[in-house]
Design a protein around this ligand. Structure first.
Ligand code: SF4
Ligand code: SF4
Length: 141
């Protein structure tokens, strides 16, 4: 699957998930009088993330968009089932990863595919060398 197609799938899933999250509002995030953010579970799970800005997330992270904590899942079962199906599609397309930008997710996915191809190539090469050695030994070479 090439980068352009993967990027397209990423955007489609992200846009749908974003619309669903806006519709269901599963986390019910609000700021208290001191400006501290709270959610359905009390403290939002974005704490400490490099992409967390004063007004929330500053990147497009598909993994985060498709994930809910258990509290939010249980309170939004219909939404959870929809996001779960979409998560399967994203995994199948190699678009895993939370707390990562779209570029980081796509780059990582391409790198891991490259590693896989390199591993397959190495295995094929070592099998060929082994077969050649066996053939040489058999022929007394
Ligand atoms: S997923 Fe759970 S912990 Fe994270 S913001 Fe939503 S309600 Fe809070
Ligand atoms: S990348 Fe994920 S954890 Fe980080 S701020 Fe965005 S939604 Fe939160």
């Amino acid at each position: 699957m090439n980068v352009i197609f993967r990027s397209y799938i990423f955007d489609v899933l992200y846009t749908i998930a974003d619309q669903l999250i806006k519709k269901y509002n599963p986390c019910q995030i609000y700021k208290d009088a001191r400006g501290k953010a709270h959610c359905l579970r009390d403290l939002p799970c974005c704490g400490g993330c490099k992409f967390l800005g004063p007004d929330g997330c500053t990147t497009k992270c598909l993994g985060c968009k498709l994930g809910l904590c258990e509290t939010a899942q249980n309170a939004n079962l219909e939404l959870y089932k929809l996001l779960f199906k979409m998560r399967h599609i994203s995994w199948r397309c190699g678009l895993r990863g939370i707390r990562q930008s779209k570029k980081e997710i796509i780059d990582f996915c391409c790198r891991s595919n490259k590693d896989r191809v390199t591993r397959m190539y190495k295995n094929a090469m070592s099998n060929t060398i082994r077969d050649l050695k066996a053939a040489l030994e058999k022929s007394g070479g």
